[in-house]
Design a protein around this ligand. Structure first.
Ligand code: ATP
Ligand code: MG
Length: 187
């Protein structure tokens, strides 16, 4: 059966190719243009200043409502995480927990029409966040709230739960030719 009524969706942008975060930002831009309230929380990110932070601030001011800005983006990490053999720093885990608490409250509050959980799949993949906790909140979310999760290796439980899942496939990437990250394209 095709459901035609309006409803909030769970979307995942995953896979090894470039475009997971930027596709989420594109959707956020689209939602903002429709008068929707958008919150973007970036897990792990923090040390780099991304251009989208300034664009979001400007858009937030321009689209402000009496209840506050209608377009908000926040970095919730510090931009580098020890993985692999190294012990995960408890400070990074604390920051992920804090980010998740804020994300869960924002989703459940119904105050935002779209909540983007950028790079959350990495936090889950690095075992800093329990996918079951995330699934529980997504199952309990208000009907009309849309949620986008980004990052490689999306957890199967979340993929199962999601309505729309896109896997970015890498055909080629400039980095392989030794071309470093470019302003405006990568950050
Ligand atoms: P973007 O933010 O550009 O949409 P992304 O969200 O798909 O990228 P992430 O896994 O979050 O990718 O990686 C962040 C950084 O790594 C970005 O600067 C991005 O351009 C770069 N990147 C993404 N995919 C690749 C790749 N296949 N090879 C090298 N660098 C990549
Ligand atoms: Mg990304």
């Amino acid at each position: 059966m095709v459901e035609t009524s309006r409803r909030g969706l769970i979307l995942i942008n995953t896979g090894p190719g470039k475009g997971k975060t930027t596709a989420a930002l594109g959707t956020a831009f689209r939602a903002a243009g429709n008068g929707m309230r958008v919150l973007i929380l970036q897990f792990l990110k923090g040390s780099w200043h991304y251009g989208e932070l300034d664009a979001a601030e400007a858009l937030g001011k321009a689209l402000g409502t009496p209840e506050g800005p209608a377009f908000v983006m926040k970095q919730m990490g510090r931009g580098f995480v020890k993985v692999g053999g190294a012990e995960t720093d408890p400070e990074d885990i604390r920051m992920v927990e804090e980010a998740w608490n804020e994300a869960a409250a924002a989703i459940l509050s119904g105050e935002w029409d779209l909540v983007v959980l950028d790079e959350i799949n990495y936090a889950i993949g690095y075992k800093m966040l329990d996918p079951e906790k995330v699934a529980e909140v997504l199952r309990a979310k208000p009907e009309m709230v849309h949620v986008i999760l980004t990052g490689r290796n999306a957890h199967p439980t979340l993929v199962e739960l999601a309505d729309t899942v896109t896997e970015m496939r890498e055909v080629k990437h400039a980095y392989q030719k030794g071309i470093l990250a470019q302003r405006g394209i990568e950050f």
